[in-house]
Design a protein around this ligand. Structure first.
Ligand SMILES: Cc1ncc(COP(=O)(O)O)c(C=O)c1O
Length: 376
């Protein structure tokens, strides 16, 4: 247990304690080398991450949001186009679409997996629909076969938002390998996290890789020749050095997360709440371990009293956030999304969680939901 029995929601210092020396060596090497933007470290990370995913190309950028933005821009998506995605996701998914000038069209989720319900995609399509962005939320891949069948039938592009699913599998296929472009975030608390902001867009297409490489660097084909409209989305070399140290640990960390999820499932089997559903044909990597219960706020409060931190991912769906209301929808338009937002709670989840921390969280959850049931 950490100091005074507190169980944090994530514990970045626990990870740092395990690999700090190697991280420091690599970061200092970069500082002493004087190459802080682009160069061999970033190139090596791109090659290593592409190999890890099993794709031909990886284009490094400075956030997951930037990865989504360059992916959409490289596919030529912009004003007049519509892109179908989920509203039950981090805002960046909808934000990247809206920033291209295209219209995000939000579709409801499957309430069991919290990922986009493929059965609702075709009815959301119009002649303007250009792409679908399934989100592999919480570390569980979306129902890709149905999504890809629909995309093929209608000639749509697919971008995986794999920002929470580094190393997850769907029917033996790696998250990030099933679509035109897949986007990853290396926000510090992600399964693979930088020491700041970073992201990656991966693809098998050399043309798309080249376009994204140009767009992330002011659209330039060579220095000061700007053939495309671009941005400055380059990854910092220090972040690439951090990520290169961490990448070899990712599979082990994911295994630890999966085993913690199995422990929670076992310890909470009889508790009065809904546990995460893992599809039998996926390898869920538990970026988040999300339960559902009727009185979510009371449960969060009871856990806070016992010094157990929790989170809500996410309390307000995108379609109900002010800048997105103009895209239609509105309250009660996405019932499963809205029901999830008011009942979900994320329990502490990170690779370094100890058995006693897991037991402590589970015991507190059991006590909280148990008492509530008895009081009814
Ligand atoms: C599903 C999802 N999409 C996009 C992002 C955006 O990534 P970033 O924070 O690196 O910009 C995140 C993470 O924050 C995410 O969880």
């Amino acid at each position: 247990l950490s100091k005074n029995g507190h169980v944090p929601f994530v514990d970045l210092l626990a990870q740092y304690a395990a690999i700090g020396e190697e991280l420091e060596e690599n970061v200092v090497r970069v500082l002493r080398g004087g190459q802080y933007v682009a160069g061999p470290d970033v190139d090596a990370l791109e090659a290593e991450f592409a190999e890890y995913c099993g794709v031909a190309h990886a284009v490094s950028v400075n956030s997951g949001t930037a990865a989504l933005h360059v992916a959409l821009l490289a596919l030529g998506i912009g004003p007049g186009d519509e892109v179908i995605t989920a509203s039950h996701t981090f805002v960046a998914t909808g934000e990247a679409i809206a920033l291209t000038g295209a219209t995000p069209v939000f579709v409801d989720i499957d309430p069991a997996t919290y990922t986009i319900d493929p059965g609702l995609i075709e009815e959301a399509m119009t002649p303007r629909t250009k792409a679908i962005i399934p989100v592999h939320l919480y570390g569980q891949p979306a129902e890709m076969d149905s999504i890809l069948t629909i995309a093929r039938r209608h000639g749509l592009r697919v971008i995986e938002d794999a920002c929470q699913a580094h190393g997850a599998d769907y029917k033996g296929r790696r998250a990030g390998t099933m679509s035109d472009i897949a986007c990853f975030s290396f926000y510090p608390s992600k399964n693979l996290g930088s020491a700041g902001e970073a992201g990656m867009a991966v693809t098998d297409s050399p043309e798309l890789a080249e376009k994204m490489t140009m767009i992330r660097e002011h659209g330039q084909s060579k220095r000061y020749h700007h053939d495309l409209l671009g941005l400055n989305y380059r990854m910092s070399v220090i972040q690439s050095a951090v990520l290169r140290v961490k990448l070899p640990h990712l599979d082990g960390w994911n295994e630890a997360r999966r085993s913690h999820a199995a422990a929670y499932n076992r310890l909470l089997a009889d508790a009065d709440l809904t546990l995460p559903y893992e599809r039998p044909d996926v390898r869920h990597v538990y970026h988040l371990y999300v339960v559902r219960c009727r009185d979510r706020d009371a449960l969060a409060e009871r856990l806070a009293e016992r010094k157990i931190a929790t989170g809500i991912h996410y309390p307000v769906p995108i379609h109900l956030q002010p800048p997105y209301r103009r895209f239609g929808g509105g309250p009660e338009s996405l019932p499963h999304t809205e029901a999830a937002a008011s009942t979900i709670l994320s329990l502490p989840m990170y690779a370094e969680l100890s058995e006693s921390q897991l037991e402590r969280v589970a015991e507190a959850v059991r006590e909280a939901v148990g008492e509530r049931a008895a009081a009814r």
